[in-house]
Design a protein around this ligand. Structure first.
Ligand code: NMX
Ligand code: MLT
Length: 523
């Protein structure tokens, strides 16, 4: 049964705060940060065109060959050829070595060890992520948007991840419609969430909601009826699309339950996936809807080894259905070294404000960074397990700020940030120091380098997202990882469908004891 929900007026008030402050902005620093961001972006954009190697790897040169507007039909066409490809790879190159495993790798969280097949995206340590061969700027250019020149529609990215081909607008519109048609959340899901305290962490509520959705799993039902393994991908596809469709409903229910007195906003049938998500959260500013489209697109996939994707893949390898697998992934995403870092960034900045005041100087900021490090904590939003450069997801969020906050990018970025500062929500002191994000970009990396052990001192995706969300009024930092989770389902589910289509096996690496390693090394 579908829960009846009352429309309510969306709250998008950025100006109700009493803590007006004067921003002290170092224009030189911002200029430096802006130029670094802009030059990196230009480099990224031109690389695909200039370098034949990269150009060849860009899959969008494979134009749409199918006129199918239905994703399922296009996938059905593609699966046999990819099954053959895998068979050939295994029979011709199965014994080729991919590198040596060292004791350091075993003790060091398997860093640098190639051990997973993940078709939907690939991460380059310097350049960052490519979705089926496309960089983020290329996706922004090529994937259909809600309006001309706008941010990519996440449905388009889902299509790209699943098929390796850039969809047409017609195909994306048909997928948007399909997702809307699947977006009915059973009433017991709300009741299950309601059984939790309203202040339970939003990620706990979200993972609980996903587990409650699991009772509708088509894969589980089909397995119980004895489905042949060659057909596994079909109910996996059904579950994945329904899960992706229903996540924004569950996520926005949790947001409205926690922060807006439970006044839920129904879906708007005229809107796409990202636009609808923003709308159901309570944000109808077209720019916030654009931000949500971009946010959901860029957080979706980051190859297979990150904690959430790897967890989802591992759990799914036991033939657990997409709901069970994704719930497990969410629990990994909820860790502070992974997705929860977007919350931690703002809470850390808040602690800077509380200790050093609102107009903290760079010197004080440096001292605070050292204090954090000396007390055995990490500086959230910086560093990465694979990346060795500024995360392009950070860069594109910065570009979004430049585009959507004011017209004259540099001056107006400063102005916009100052406005955020003045319009701070009374219970959200956090905002004040978002101004320091740019300062942090200058202050943190040299200190992390000075530590001598940090492999990547540059900002990651989580260092920037709060700036934008706060600007549009989504100030509740504890909620941020849920947004990340909604997006990550797209990557994890797309790969999961291929796991089933390709018949990938149970994941079961070998582990050893310290004693085993000691003996092995003495030999
Ligand atoms: N602040 C303090 N110390 C750090 C940081 C940081 N931002 N980044 C790395 N280090 C330390 C790390 O803890 C380790 O110390 P120790 O040897 O004492 O254990 C040392 O530097 C070497 O670590 P790396 O090899 O550079 O990084 P690793 O691959 O182990 O970890 C992260 C990657 C992302 C877990 C780490 O950089 C970190 O903790 N960053 C802050 C948390 C964060 O922003 N996470 C979000 C990542 C992106 N995401 O969304 O998932
Ligand atoms: C991610 O998006 O999953 C993070 O950047 C972490 C990672 O890639 O390891």
């Amino acid at each position: 049964m579908e829960r009846r929900i009352q429309p309510t007026t969306a709250t998008n008030d950025k100006s109700c705060g009493s803590k007006a402050t004067t921003a002290l902005i170092d224009v030189d620093s911002l200029t430096m940060v802006f130029h670094r961001g802009a030059s990196l972006l230009t480099k990224l954009r031109s690389r695909a065109v200039q370098q034949p190697g990269l150009r060849n790897s860009v899959r969008w040169f494979q134009v749409q060959t199918s006129s199918e507007v239905d994703l399922h039909s296009q996938l059905k066409e593609l699966i046999p050829e990819q099954q053959e490809r895998l068979k050939k790879l295994r029979s011709e190159h199965g014994k080729v070595q991919l590198g040596n495993i060292t004791v350091d790798m075993v003790l060091g969280g398997m860093r640098g060890m190639t051990g997973l097949l993940w078709e939907t995206s690939l991460l380059d340590a310097e350049e960052g992520i490519r979705f089926r061969g496309l960089s983020i700027p290329e996706c922004q250019k090529l994937l259909p948007a809600a309006k001309s020149g706008g941010e990519p529609l996440p449905e388009g990215l889902l299509w790209l991840l699943l098929t390796g081909k850039v969809p047409t607008k017609e195909q994306v519109d048909s997928l948007s419609k399909e997702l809307r048609n699947r977006a009915t959340v059973p009433d017991h899901v709300y009741k299950t969430i309601d059984a939790l305290p309203v202040d339970a962490h939003p990620m706990t509520q979200f993972a609980t909601g996903v587990m409650a959705l699991q009772v509708q799993s088509e894969f589980q039902k089909a397995y119980e009826k004895g489905i042949h393994k060659s057909k596994y991908w079909e109910p996996t596809y059904e579950d994945s699309l329904s899960l992706i469709a229903q996540l924004p409903i569950v996520a926005s229910y949790i947001y409205r339950r926690m922060y807006k007195n439970g006044q839920v906003i129904p879906m708007d049938d005229s809107l796409d996936y990202g636009g609808n998500f923003a709308h159901m959260l309570g944000f109808d500013d077209p720019a916030m809807q654009e931000l949500m489209r971009l946010y959901v697109t860029i957080h979706s996939d980051h190859e297979g080894g990150n904690v959430s994707a790897h967890t989802g893949h591992l759990v799914a390898s036991a033939l657990s259905d997409p709901y069970l697998s994704f719930a497990a992934a969410l629990n990994g995403l909820a860790g502070p070294l992974h997705g929860l870092a977007n919350q931690e960034v703002l809470l850390w900045i808040k602690s800077v404000v509380e200790e050093c005041g609102e107009n903290v100087s760079k010197e004080d900021l440096k001292k605070y960074v050292w204090k954090t490090l000396n007390s055995g904590k990490v500086v959230p939003g910086y560093g990465h397990g694979v990346l060795r450069n500024t995360d392009p997801r950070y860069t594109c969020q910065r570009e979004f700020a430049l585009k959507h906050m004011p017209e004259d990018p540099l001056f107006k970025l400063v102005t916009a940030l100052a406005l955020i500062n003045i319009g701070v929500h009374s219970d959200s002191v956090i905002l004040i120091c978002l101004l320091q994000v740019s300062n942090l970009y200058e202050v943190v990396p040299p200190i992390l380098l000075e530590l001598g052990k940090v492999k990547n001192p540059w900002p990651n995706v989580d260092a920037h997202s709060g700036v934008l969300l706060n600007y549009y009024g989504l100030t509740e930092a504890r909620y941020y990882t849920v947004l990340f989770g909604v997006s990550r389902a797209i990557g994890i589910c797309a790969q999961l469908i291929w796991d089933r289509a390709l018949g990938l096996p149970l994941e079961r690496p070998k582990s050893v004891t310290m004693e085993w390693l000691e003996k092995h090394c003495k030999k």
